[in-house]
Design a protein around this ligand. Structure first.
Ligand SMILES: O=c1ccn([C@@H]2O[C@H](COP(=O)(O)O)[C@@H](O)[C@H]2O)c(=O)[nH]1
Length: 474
């Protein structure tokens, strides 16, 4: 039997065992859908399991070189097992939760750093479940750049995965499956049309991944982050209910520590300019780190590196400040080219690190052009494990929901300072311009009562974020 015939047979079998259902259903994200897939039932049908594994093997695995296979838990686990035996390729298992005892491993099985791992999944909608597995594998130093799936619901998953450097192939798209069922008179032409109509609605630009970034809550985005610092920052924001980054632009270390003692509980991130501190000592860093740990915030050194890779590596790791030893993330210009990212990536003394690339600036008359911004975003895509996000001003600057938009130039009223800084309001930067983490400096630091001002900023910024993700934007 030809592979085409086998695919048709599989589609008809999936319909027969109720793995594909038609009617009025609600998806996990609360959207109505006329078609529902539940491939969990296939484990009760060994013939169908075998047919699936034969097709996946013939189409995608036979001629592929990979060291490991890994199924996305849970439905794809038995399929991955069958494929592993058929292809005589080692398999890994990803735990959904790390064990709280013993090895605390998330990935079970034997592997080497750099092993390439092919991901196997049953159905892909947004691609987020595949990405969770990809992220855990990448954290272990495995290469996860390809995924094979039974069914692509054609709802942005393939594009979302490609953005995260994962190429996805499927046995069927939803349209192909529907066409087989209509052709074989399993469903009426009208039902087929309804499904295709539904698909074209959910595929319309408004649900494309670029808009999803700003609509997804931080806790969901944490799962899509490929940089460990971005993941931590999303988690902190969700737990502390604050997206406020305080820019502690003060020149006295005592004043900085006093201020953070009061406002640290209200912020997710503290941004420093370490070279403006007049009484810097390494004791200051110790105390800053203790505060960060006790009050649960991360530290961003806004160094804006902009030199050749070798110099940046020295600036990051040596000298008076030894930034790599204490900053969770640093800011960096893309102007000198990729060498700067290679340098920051190559530093070996850090447990986790992140970089915010400057894609746009808040200051009037800055020389950044749209082409420069686009090239910056492209450059970042090559370093998914290093990049925490972008310092930028616009919602459409990047799409990846696993990255963070850090936006400075924010005060409660729009205004300008006398040296070209432009301030927008919280409503504008969050609801219109897509900011995720909002940088406030003098709006708090120069206030009469910084503590009460920080609470006002925190509450206002969080209200805007909640409005954005609940979709109640006017
Ligand atoms: O485009 C940019 C990039 C960075 N910054 C920094 O943010 C703060 C803003 O302080 P305010 O007192 O709120 O103006 C400051 O440290 C800048 O260096 C920015 O403003 N714009």
């Amino acid at each position: 039997m030809s592979n085409e015939k086998k695919l048709e047979e599989l589609a008809l079998n999936l319909f027969k065992i109720d793995a594909v259902k038609f009617g009025d259903f609600m998806t996990k994200s609360g959207i109505k859908t006329p078609v529902y897939f539940d491939l969990r039932v296939i484990v009760s049908y060994p013939d169908i399991m075998e047919l699936i594994s034969v097709l996946l093997y013939d189409f995608f695995i036979k001629d592929k070189k990979c060291e490991q296979l890994c199924g996305v838990p849970y439905t794809a686990l038995p399929i991955a097992t069958l494929l592993s035996v058929k292809a005589k390729t080692s398999m890994l298992m990803r735990r959904k939760e790390a064990k709280s005892y013993g090895t605390k491993k998330v990935i079970e099985g034997h592997y080497k750093q750099g092993d390439s791992c092919l991901i196997i999944e049953d159905v892909v909608t947004s691609g987020s479940s595949v990405l969770e597995t990809v992220n855990d594998l990448r954290k272990e130093g495995l290469k996860a750049e390809e995924a094979i799936v039974i069914l692509d619901r054609e709802q942005g998953g393939k594009q979302n995965l490609a953005t995260n450097n994962v190429q996805m192939q499927s046995l069927f798209t939803m349209t192909e499956l529907i066409n087989i069922l209509v052709k074989n008179k399993k469903i009426s032409e009208q039902i087929g049309k309804d499904v295709i109509n539904y698909l074209s609605n959910v595929q319309a630009p408004k649900s494309a991944p670029e808009l999803e970034r700003v609509l997804l809550p931080y806790e969901k985005r944490a799962k899509l982050a490929t940089n460990a610092v971005a993941k931590q920052l999303f988690d902190i924001m969700a737990i502390k209910k604050t997206n406020l980054c305080l820019s502690v632009d003060l020149t006295s270390s005592t004043k900085i520590l006093d201020l953070l003692e009061k406002v640290g509980e209200h912020v997710c991130l503290v941004k420093t300019h370490i070279d403006i501190i007049e009484d810097y000592t390494s004791e200051f860093i110790l105390q800053l780190k203790q505060l960060a740990q006790r009050l649960n915030f991360l530290i961003l050194e806004d160094r804006k590196y902009a030199d050749i890779g070798n110099t940046v590596l020295l600036q990051y790791s040596k000298g008076l400040y030894k930034v790599e030893q204490w900053a969770d993330s640093v800011t960096c210009h893309s102007l000198p080219g990729e060498g700067i990212l290679k340098a920051l990536n190559s530093s070996t003394n850090v447990i986790s690190r992140g970089v915010f690339l400057l894609a746009e600036m808040s200051s009037e008359g800055n020389l950044i052009t749209p082409d420069y911004t686009e090239a910056t975003v492209k450059m970042a895509a090559k370093y998914p494990e290093l990049i925490t996000g972008f310092v930028c001003q616009k919602k459409d600057t990047f799409k990846d929901p696993g990255l963070i938009q850090l936006t400075p130039g924010v005060q409660l009223e729009s205004s300008k300072d006398e040296l070209g800084q432009v301030y927008n309001t919280p409503e504008k930067v969050i609801l219109e311009n897509g900011a995720d983490v909002i940088v406030v400096g003098r709006g708090i630091v120069a206030a009469k009562n910084p503590e009460s001002q920080a609470i006002i900023y925190k509450d206002t910024l969080w209200r805007c974020y909640m409005k954005r993700v609940s979709g109640k934007m006017e």
